[in-house]
Design a protein around this ligand. Structure first.
Ligand code: FAD
Length: 600
């Protein structure tokens, strides 16, 4: 079928453009992605590439001719049709060539080419892209890949490295460090029990860091490969929302605008500073610097005992740095079930981590040798350290994101979106850590809290694209988000804490199984931990999962699926769990809840 090349709309205000130059003449072969002409608007001259391969059958608009947006400027013969006949039709004005449905450009060789105005067939608004994604983290890259799989014309704009915080500065590099730390700790504290002795243990700190950086780099490159595979266009630059359908891209080379039917904002988040205490990147640092320090600190102070603070406490303690953790709330990991937090506190204390909960940081000062913290509350005093890691939470990346007339609504510094990812503007969506979620009042989800986790970002992004494409209206159950902390012992949870469940006045069945009774845990020399399951006593509904111990982050997925399939404690008990595994503790905990555990 012949495909019309039409004048693209390159901005919301553009109504016409001039064909400055044709790079092809009638009868020439065209490959998809090849530049066919240069188009001039009132703002810039840009090359236009063909989405379809074939033969340029007819040039309708000559060089120098002004053409209205959406009007045909040329036609490509893509199949067996004869270019001469197409030419005759267009010359006589009887052309009826129906535009082909919108489709993504076929594969192109690496690397993924930068976005250019395309000659994609006309569609409402005639935008260059079906979807433009701002941000290339777990939300942005997942959105872009899913859109590519669904044959959407998609562009992902990322200002740093593909993979975002998660791959480059979060989930992955920290896990590499934590695993190195666990290995070192095992040698230090437990080698003799395992019949291993050594003369001298030395740690090459820069090598630990460079191993984790290499893993991050490798995964980031993997995203580039997936982009090529799914024909996602990718551009390095800062995206700015100018308004519906319009995004400005500022890169080291230039600034230009692109248009899209839909825009997905996935710009993620960055570390929040303590009020009045600016990060200096050397002594007062974020997790980015903490995972990339040039030298191992002798002593580190950590403010904030959420997942990030506790993971760094675990790592630095394992490699032999003195660690102080300061937390204003009652416990380490204050969002976890109290039993879990208390056990982690006990383990940290055993390892001589100075844990100061219910303690407030009043002042942070830099000194010639490092930093000085003044504390009040349960464990007051002055703490001096080489560096202080501030890990009190994250704030959305919105700097420079919104053009002056974008009209996008922000709530408490984050992009306001509903649980269907819709912002206040049509066709503009937001997913991942940059979002402030808003539920209808009857949902009782506490207003606006968004779980800032990579897997949440990923699922929101995929759901959002499938919604846009009309292939699925699946949504996330925000009451059952799994969460993990990769300290040693690890922590994994989903759903309500016991305290929260009791506040609801529901009759509960609670089952707790300790790892000290698990053959697998004992064989591994890891007896610290337990699985605690909370069920509704009447219906057997799984309300909460709280686990601490080795490998619990991996066995959590069983309970995520159980919850999704509405499994009861009886069904969990009756499902055969392989022996010897940590997962048996799940079956046993359900057994304790139901009064029929075998090993307790
Ligand atoms: P991000 O990953 O932050 O990606 C956003 C991207 O957008 C960035 O690459 C940024 O450069 C880019 N960007 C921003 N503004 C613009 C713009 N204007 N134009 C173009 N690009 C822009 N989560 C877990 O689930 N498990 C973990 O174990 C875990 N560990 C973590 C450890 C640490 C130390 C940290 C800091 C976080 C951790 N997280 C973890 C959280 C996880 O990293 C985030 O939830 C996840 O990365 C959010 O994904 P996102 O795509 O929304 O944002």
């Amino acid at each position: 079928m012949p495909v019309e090349i039409t004048m693209p709309q390159l901005s919301d205000t553009m109504t016409e453009g001039t064909v400055v130059k044709w790079h092809k003449k009638e009868g020439d072969k065209i490959n998809s992605g090849e530049e066919v002409a240069d188009i001039e608007t009132d703002k810039a001259t840009m090359p236009m590439e063909a989405f379809d391969a074939g033969t340029l059958a007819v040039i309708v608009a000559r060089e120098g001719q002004k053409v209205k947006v959406g009007q045909v400027i040329g036609v490509i013969a893509t199949g067996s049709e004869k270019p001469d006949e197409i030419k005759k039709k267009y010359a006589s004005g009887t052309a009826t060539a129906a535009p082909k449905p919108v489709e993504a450009p076929p594969s192109k060789p690496a690397p993924a080419p930068a976005a250019k105005p395309s000659s994609a067939p006309a569609k409402p608004g005639n935008y260059q892209f079906d979807i433009v994604v701002i941000g290339g983290g777990p939300a942005g890259y997942a959105a872009a890949i899913r859109a590519g799989q669904l044959k959407k014309r998609v562009l992902c704009i990322e200002k740093e490295s593909l993979g975002g915080t998660c791959l480059n500065w979060g989930c992955i590099p920290t896990k590499a460090l934590l695993d190195d730390g666990a290995f070192i700790r095992k040698l230090r504290l437990h080698a003799a029990e395992h019949g291993v002795s050594y003369k001298d243990l030395s740690i090459d700190f820069p090598k630990l860091i460079s191993r984790s950086r290499a893993i991050a780099d490798k995964l980031s490159k993997g995203i580039e490969h997936l982009f090529r595979k799914y024909e996602v266009k990718h551009e390095i630059g800062a995206g700015q929302l100018l308004g519906p359908h319009r995004v400005k891209i500022t890169s080291a080379q230039n600034t230009r605008e692109v248009t899209a039917d839909h825009i997905i904002i996935a710009t993620g988040a960055k570390a929040t500073p303590l009020p009045g205490v600016a990060f200096d990147g050397k002594k007062i640092i974020t997790s980015r610097e903490a995972m990339n320090l040039p030298r191992q600190p002798k002593k580190i102070a950590i403010i904030g005992a959420g997942a990030i603070g506790c993971e760094f406490a675990d790592f630095y303690n394992a490699v032999g740095t003195e660690v102080v953790v300061v937390e204003m709330l009652d416990h380490l990991l204050p969002n976890e079930d109290d039993d879990v937090s208390v056990l982690l506190e006990r383990v940290f204390a055993k390892r001589e981590i100075d844990v100061r909960v219910k303690t407030k940081t009043d002042k942070v000062e830099t000194t010639p040798g490092g930093v000085k913290l003044t504390l009040s509350g349960a464990k007051p005093g002055v703490v001096e350290a080489d560096v202080v890691l501030v890990a009190i939470g994250v704030s959305a990346n919105t700097d420079g994101l919104l053009g002056s007339n974008s009209g996008l609504e922000i709530f408490k510094g984050r992009i306001k979106a509903d649980p269907q990812y819709q912002t206040n503007l049509p066709n503009i969506w937001a997913v991942g850590d940059c979002v402030s979620l808003h539920w209808p009042p009857q949902e009782g989800m506490g207003g606006y809290r968004h779980p800032d986790l990579a897997h949440v970002a990923h699922h929101e992004a995929v759901n959002c694209v499938e919604r846009i494409a009309g292939v699925s209206d699946h949504l996330i159950d925000y009451k059952s988000i799994p969460g993990c902390t990769y300290t040693h012992p690890q922590v994994a949870s989903m759903g309500m804490s016991e305290r929260k469940a009791r506040e609801l006045n529901r009759k509960l069945k609670v089952g707790k199984f300790p790892f000290s009774a698990s053959g697998r845990a004992l064989a591994m020399g890891e007896p610290d931990g337990f699985v605690k399951l909370i069920f509704d006593a009447q219906y057997g509904e799984l309300l909460g999962v709280h686990m601490i111990g080795e490998n619990v982050t991996d066995i959590l997925a069983e309970l995520v699926v159980a919850k999704k399939l509405e499994a009861t404690e009886a069904e969990i008990i009756e499902a055969i769990h392989p022996h010897p595994t940590f997962s048996e503790a799940i079956m046993e905990a359900a057994g304790v809840a139901d009064g029929r555990a075998i090993h307790l």
